[in-house]
Ligand binder design. Structure first.
Ligand code: PEP
Ligand code: MG
Length: 882
């Protein structure tokens, strides 16, 4: 029965909109609600399938997907009711709304019918938050009977809204549906850089509202990337988010969540550098040297050649009308956007993630209305479209270059790229930057270099690259690393000054120590050339036999497979001689998308990966999400320590739908006997058994006779300790040393301060690996290794000595690792290793001993390989990537 208590005019009573169990908001498994980003309130776990209006009011917004609505009470307080969690993805399926935006409702009117089974299976949860979004003007007081965990009957008193009248001028109530504010502290380690800025813009668009960020006196509209980045927001800065428009409350919540949630490492451009402070400390160098940050490691010798930035020659004044010039500019922007869209799709489809990310950032810049507006103003003032665009971007580039943040300064390269590409579309003759006249083998010095210039430069095969500006996180640095081109960045203008006196002179670029040496002594040159030549000869010899199986000196066959993220890398792996794919991280297919790839999209990619590998086996790891790897569309519960939370196989148990789609896609490939499915983050045999049962059920539904092999990753100590039990139910085991080391040593793999100590050669990790191999041996269950240790010479040698029979490494390292195996006497190292482990030495000592032992006992194999293990290219000697 409805409660009949009479609230005062400054109060509004809310009745329970349905029979439900009451859940405190902070226990809602969605950080946006749990952290009250959208406001205070309560959540309801429904016990019936209809939801009614909790008070009189107006439906000011009903989501297009019907899963959420905002109700404004007659006193002007807005309440958001969110039917279930992650229900937006259902696109309205299972939900019938009986009201629409603008409807007036009476307390107790039916708002929704919903299908609880469908929602429970397909969404994250049925839990329905009821949140007071006008919380700067209203506070909510839970009814005394509304205690957490209790069952509330529909119509019972739920809470009272009390107006904060002293903070509520009349016009604020009037406009409360239009503007929402929230003060937040920026949690993004790299500050507000291009990708989150682009996401903010996306949130504003998705909700059709305006999002502003305010910091002190400065304000920026999220529609403008340049304005957002112009705020130079850094981690820890306090700012205000202002959302205006009909769906502003939801936009505000999403924007706040984005800015207050630390980025996953994959997304974080500062990910691979310790901190700005550390890395800006580039020593000045003496008369013959100039230092820089290692953007891409390696060693090279060659003539110094300056890369000039040809100024884009364009006519300043326009001949056509302002309308025509404006039309030309907009058409060029559209054309460039179309090209970028195609390039992004192609890069994603071929697994070139870095390139796709870079192009996406370019697309976001290109879409910046501020750049267009300012260019049109120049055009109005009589300038040509190309001139206008060039000048507007030039100004922004200078601003970014002068920024205190190296991260922002590095984005200047991206704008330079857009400047050149768009001008080239408007004035094809101005596209002087598209090719370079230069002999191969040069050490190129550039003040700055854009990503597309880098790709053009790469075609003339330079030996190395020195950049006065930029940084280790610039997109050019990523590209240089992907291609193995030695590169130093942030060398300062000194490199350009010295360059002026050494044009064409031979120099040594040591992109391991971060030094460019001018006027090197003959002996220095001889040593460097000798190292490069040795590496070149060795790499060529190793590549020639990379397709042959690798046996140790004492006759053990060790398979060297590849770790890949997509089809393109699988092809590279096959070309590099990999004996199969040891780990395909399928989560990369799920990242950088707005929703999970459907079954057919997944099937095609898995099938292509299988086809890329000829007759070799392919291990595809099931979706491994959680901790450092997040999906925008899969909100995980906010827990204090996500690395110990719901992730890997634990997540699959809660998202049966994701599991089923992926398993069906995997089962649809042929031939199934070459497909091996691997389950991540397993802690007990029952988890693997559950996946196998599901696999069987689906295979039966699909009328399949065969079954793919099913294996478990050994990534947590529990799995290693119970390896014998796992081996009973698994067809293979694969040791993920990255996580196994992290969890064994309790050292976060993302923590740069602990990076030097989190060593797989720690005796505790080695003991767990030893247990794994022994536990599996009794069951004839093969054990592989797919963590980074597989490419770390001392580590893989030790683990092979312990009995690991398959290593999975980056495609570029396959040849070198196979060569190393051929030089190794596994039995001899196994004997030696046992005595070292009995001595209880630490990982540093063990590493030194292993290095020495491997050098002393290296047998020359038929590759004529020398003992140092390094991935090499013909260009130089990239440092060992371990
Ligand atoms: C590992 O943990 O070693 C592993 C291979 O998995 P990932 O690095 O993807 O967590
Ligand atoms: Mg792992």
């Amino acid at each position: 029965m409805p409660d009949t208590a009479e609230p005062t005019p400054a109060q509004t009573l809310l009745q329970a909109p349905l029979k439900a169990v009451l859940v405190p908001l902070d226990q809602v498994p969605d950080p946006v609600f749990a952290q009250q980003t959208m406001g205070p309130g309560i959540a309801l776990e429904p016990l019936e399938a209809q939801l009614f209006a909790p008070c009189d009011g107006e439906v000011v917004h009903l989501a297009r997907t019907r899963h959420a609505l905002t109700l404004r009470t007659d006193q002007g307080c807005e309440i958001l009711i969110h039917l279930g969690l992650d229900t937006v993805d259902l696109e309205g399926e299972g939900i019938t709304a009986h009201v629409t935006s603008g409807d007036r409702v009476r307390c107790g009117d039916l708002l929704w019918d919903f299908d609880p089974d469908l929602l429970a299976c397909r969404a994250l949860s049925l839990i329905t938050p009821l949140v007071v979004t006008s919380n700067d003007q209203w506070r909510c007081e839970l009814a005394e009977t509304s205690s957490p965990g209790s069952v509330i009957e529909r119509g019972a008193s739920l809470m009272t809204l009390v107006a904060l009248s002293d903070r509520l001028p009349a016009e604020a109530v009037e406009g409360s549906n239009n503007e929402y504010r929230d003060q937040v502290t920026l949690a993004l380690a790299a500050g507000l850089h291009a990708r989150p800025a682009a996401r903010l813009r996306g949130i504003a668009r998705q909700h059709g509202c305006t999002l502003m960020l305010e910091r002190g006196e400065h304000e920026a509209d999220a529609a403008s990337l340049t304005a957002l980045m112009g705020l130079s927001l850094r981690q820890g800065d306090t700012l205000t988010i202002i959302a205006r428009g009909s769906n502003a409350a939801a936009a505000l919540g999403e924007a706040a969540a984005l800015l207050t949630t630390p980025e996953a490492a994959e997304d974080d451009p500062a990910h691979d550098e310790p901190s700005e402070e550390v890395s800006t400390a580039v020593p000045a160098g003496d008369a013959t040297t100039c230092h820089g940050l290692v953007a891409s490691p390696g060693l090279a010798v060659g003539p110094l050649v300056r890369l000039e930035h040809p100024r884009l020659e364009v006519d300043e004044d326009r001949e056509e009308s302002a309308e025509e010039a404006g039309r030309q500019l907009k058409a060029a922007i559209r054309a460039l956007n179309d090209t970028l869209v195609t390039d992004i799709e192609q890069a994603r489809a071929e697994g070139r993630r870095e390139e796709a990310d870079i192009l996406e950032a370019h697309q976001a810049w290109l879409d910046d209305p501020a750049l267009l507006e300012e260019s049109l103003a120049h055009i109005e003032a009589g300038r040509s479209a190309a001139f206008a665009w060039r000048e507007v971007l030039e100004l922004r580039i200078v601003e970014l270059r002068q920024s205190q943040s190296r991260l922002l300064a590095a984005r200047g390269d991206d704008l330079r790229d857009l400047q050149a590409r768009l001008v080239a579309l408007l004035v094809p003759d101005a596209a002087a930057a598209s090719h370079f006249e230069m002999a191969p083998g040069a050490i190129v010095v550039a003040e700055e270099i854009t990503p597309s210039q880098f790709l053009a430069l790469d075609r003339v095969a330079p030996a190395g690259l020195c950049v006065a500006g930029g940084g280790t996180t610039s997109h050019v640095a990523l590209l240089a690393r992907a291609r193995g081109l030695p590169c130093l960045a942030a060398m300062g203008s000194r490199v350009l000054e010295i360059m002026a006196h050494h044009d064409g002179a031979t120099v040594i670029l040591d992109a391991q120590q971060g030094v460019l040496t001018f006027q090197p002594e003959d002996a220095q040159l001889d040593t460097a050339r000798e190292q490069i030549e040795q590496a070149r000869v060795r790499a060529a010899a190793e590549r020639r036999v990379a397709h042959e199986p690798a046996h140790t000196q004492d006759g053990a066959l060790i398979e060297v497979r590849a770790n890949v993220a997509g089809v393109e890398e699988a092809r590279a792996a096959h070309g590099a001689g990999a004996d199969g794919i040891g780990l395909m991280r399928s989560e990369f297919l799920f990242m950088a998308r707005k929703q999970a790839p459907d079954q057919d999209t997944q099937r095609q990619i898995y099938q292509q990966a299988l086809e890329a590998m000829g007759d070799h086996p392919v291990i595809i790891r099931m979706l491994d999400i959680g901790a450092d790897k997040q999906l925008d569309y899969l909100a995980l519960p906010a827990v204090p320590n996500p690395a110990l939370g719901t992730r890997g196989v634990r997540l699959m148990a809660r998202h049966q739908d994701l599991l089923d789609v992926q398993l069906r896609a995997l089962l649809a490939v042929t031939p199934l006997d070459r497909l091996h499915i691997m389950v991540p983050m397993v802690t007990e045999a029952a988890e693997l058994v559950a996946v196998r049962e599901r696999l069987d059920t689906l295979a039966q539904e699909m009328n399949l006779e065969g079954r793919p092999a099913l294996g478990a990753m050994i990534e947590v100590p529990a799995a290693a300790l119970c390896a014998d039990q796992l081996a009973r139910v698994a067809d293979f085991l694969s040791i993920g040393t990255n996580d196994l080391t992290q969890y064994t040593l309790a050292m976060d793999r993302e923590d740069p301060d602990l990076a030097g100590r989190a060593d797989v050669l720690h005796p505790a990790v080695l003991r767990l690996i030893d247990m794994t191999v022994k536990g599996a041996a009794g069951r004839q269950c093969p054990v592989g290794l797919c963590g980074a240790a597989a490419g770390d010479q001392q580590a893989w040698a030790a683990l092979v000595a312990l009995g690991v029979e398959e290593l999975s490494v980056e495609p570029a390292r396959v040849a070198a690792v196979k060569a190393g195996i051929r030089r190794l006497d596994r039995a001899a190292l196994a004997r030696q290793l046992r005595t070292w482990l009995d001595e209880a030495i630490d990982s540093v000592t063990l590493r030194q001993r292993l290095e020495q032992w491997l050098q002393e006992h290296a047998s020359t194999s038929h590759t004529d390989a020398i003992t140092t293990d390094a991935t090499t290219t013909d260009r130089g000697v990239p440092r060992d990537a371990t």
